[in-house]
Write a protein that binds this ligand. Structure first.
Ligand SMILES: Cc1cc2nc3c(=O)[nH]c(=O)nc-3n(C[C@H](O)[C@H](O)[C@H](O)COP(=O)(O)OP(=O)(O)OC[C@H]3O[C@@H](n4cnc5c(N)ncnc54)[C@H](O)[C@@H]3O)c2cc1C
Length: 487
């Protein structure tokens, strides 16, 4: 016999990843009673199996790579990474996969918590399966679905018995495999290939397309390709895995077959082949939506096609941008909409739409933490062309910037900005090179703020920093050494 509990709150948040936590934080701070439902760990994928552990594995790898290129330090860095110490550092960064600290934070923020698997059960209703029985929740104002995404793995012969790695295993593994095959050429694939190669694995990357990182500027992907090859990673382009089989027992190994009948042998097989929404079993059908689909939203993060404006979808689950900082940005918008609607205030949706279309579509920053780092915001040359936009393309070799030479006398890197020639504002920027991650926010401010070029000249970069590339890019543009593409 299990107990059944029924409770009513102003706001129910389904999923306590970065998106859910930020919605709850703000609605609770605005005085709305708020409950969060979480089936695994408070903090979500980002804290335990994605951003945080992956960067904890990558930072030592990138630092070591940088150190080996700096005279005076290079001779000190002769051995491999201390893998057990790096893995222990990763464990500490994810608090040993213990969310007690996060639970305490929820309590301090006056947010109720129900641990269990939640499902929508009709308008404003959520039922949570908990170890102690079912908890029935009713929302006076809003239900925010923040259930995130999971690794999408293709259905291939033999895969069920292989115990493959997804991003979860790749970020939480407790020992370094001798051999690792990574399937995919996107961000997760290239970051994990970088990390595990540096930790000592022999890594093969199997990429269906003809290049890595298809969404970034080609020059940036080429630099990463070059460095991965130099580090000993075997890159196979135009290749697909058609089947895999694990032998098990002593000498356990995985036999992998590629489309051209090549056979590879590995200890672990990582599929980094995209993401799928965690919506297949959350009761979407009870409100007329399709289980397993991404949830469509408007610019206030309100689910479209639902009467009464009570259902919101925030973070990965709406498929706008699968990045933590964008999920948190959306959480700020959604919680403002929830609060305004709860107070009976009219929403200035046009205003939200204007901002969201900049921040969620035209000025999305992303760092790829490979060697070298790639930092990108706004348009790339390819997507400007796809959108039929006319842009001026301004390039500069980062190796010629004094601040970069301080990093490495033979610094390899490149910068590109895209300028709208009519409005004379920057609409896209990509930097590729060691240490460029922290340069990105300057570009995000320029793109999101639509700062006129004439004003950018007065943003004086410090000497000697990599940021001096801004000045060089503006000078290059002034000297008309650029190309115009599109329209
Ligand atoms: C390997 C990897 C590295 C990444 N690195 C970065 C990075 O460096 N920077 C960056 O910005 N982004 C990064 N991302 C993306 C980032 O992890 C996601 O964008 C982010 O986690 C999305 O947050 P979210 O709150 O939408 O969902 P999630 O973090 O996935 O959280 C969803 C939560 O909902 C819970 N949940 C799901 N269903 C239910 C249910 N029915 N009932 C109760 N709870 C439920 C889950 O348990 C989970 O805790 C990375 C992703 C991967 C895979």
């Amino acid at each position: 016999m299990t107990d059944e509990i029924a409770e009513t709150y102003d706001v129910i948040v389904l999923g306590a990843g970065p998106a859910g936590e930020n919605v709850a934080d703000r609605t609770a701070a605005a005085g709305l009673s708020t409950v969060v439902v979480e089936s695994e760990l408070i903090g979500g994928e980002c804290s335990y199996w994605a951003c945080v552990p992956s960067k904890a594995l990558l930072r030592p790898a990138l630092l070591r790579a940088e150190a080996t290129r700096l005279p005076g330090v290079d001779t000190m860095v002769t051995g491999p990474l201390d893998a057990p110490a790096v893995l222990a550092h990763r464990d500490a960064m994810v608090s040993g996969w213990d969310d007690q600290g996060q639970a305490e934070w929820l309590e301090s923020a006056n947010i109720a918590l129900v641990r269990g698997f939640g499902r929508i059960a009709g308008p404003r209703q959520v039922r949570v399966e908990t170890p102690g029985g079912e908890v029935r929740l009713t929302a006076r104002h809003a239900v925010a679905v923040c259930t995130g995404s999971r690794a999408a793995v293709p259905a291939l012969p033999g895969l069920d018995g292989v115990r493959i790695w997804t991003s979860r295993e790749a970020t939480s593994a407790r020992r370094v495999p001798s051999r690792l095959i990574v399937v995919g050429g996107g961000v997760v694939a290239t970051e994990m290939a970088t990390a595990w190669r540096a930790l000592g694995s022999r890594v093969t990357v199997v990429v269906r397309g003809e290049r890595l990182l298809p969404r970034v500027e080609t020059f940036a992907a080429d630099l990463v390709t070059e460095r991965l090859r130099e580090s000993g990673v075997d890159l196979r382009f135009g290749a697909t895995v058609t089947s895999a089989e694990r032998s098990g027992g002593p000498g356990d190994r995985i036999d992998v077959t590629l489309g051209d009948d090549t056979h590879l042998v590995t200890d672990e097989l990582l599929f980094a082949t995209g993401r799928a929404p965690r919506t297949e079993d959350i009761g979407l059908d009870t409100v007329g939506l399709t289980p397993g689909d991404w949830i469509d939203i408007d610019d206030t993060c309100t689910a479209t096609g639902i009467a009464g404006d009570w259902l919101y979808a925030v973070g990965d689950v709406n498929h706008r941008v699968l990045l933590t900082h964008q999920g948190k940005y959306q959480a700020r918008i959604a919680s403002a909409a929830i609060t305004d609607r709860a107070r009976g205030n009219a929403l200035d949706t046009a205003d939200w739409g204007r901002h969201a279309s900049t921040a969620d579509r035209l000025a999305v920053p992303q760092v790829v933490f490979t060697d070298p780092e790639i930092a990108t915001v706004g348009r790339t040359t390819e997507d400007a062309a796809r959108a039929g936009l006319e842009v001026d393309v301004v390039d500069y070799d980062l190796g010629r910037v004094s601040g970069a030479m301080q990093y490495d006398p033979a610094y390899r890197g490149h910068a590109r900005i895209l300028i709208d020639p009519r409005r004379r504002v920057v609409v896209g920027a990509t930097f590729a090179g060691p240490g460029v991650a922290e340069l990105l926010h300057s570009a995000t401010v320029a793109v999101a703020g639509e700062i006129p070029l004439d004003r950018l000249w007065h943003a004086v970069p410090s000497f000697p920093t990599i940021s001096e590339v801004w000045l060089r890019l503006l000078e290059t543009y002034r000297d008309e050494q650029h190309s115009r593409v599109g329209a």
